[in-house]
Design a protein. Structure first.
Length: 68
């Protein structure tokens, strides 16, 4: 389950691999590295990249970086 506090939009992530990737994003340098760690094959990579791009476009997931 994903919740955007700004828009109060609630989304359900039914795909276990996508959910695992989202959980791994903070501990990896890039989305591609998180996808690899979640076990996404090269064949399925475009599908998961689109899913992450959609979540990023809606600001459900946002870039995370070191505090300044």
């Amino acid at each position: 389950m994903l919740y955007h506090f700004g828009t109060r939009r609630l989304s359900f992530c039914k795909d276990p691999t996508l959910a695992a990737t989202i959980a791994l994003l903070a501990s990896h340098e890039s989305a591609r590295a998180a996808l690899a760690a979640a076990g996404v094959s090269n064949k399925d990579l475009p599908t998961y990249e689109r899913a992450l791009a959609t979540l990023a476009h809606s600001q459900t997931i946002v870039p995370y970086g070191p505090a300044t």
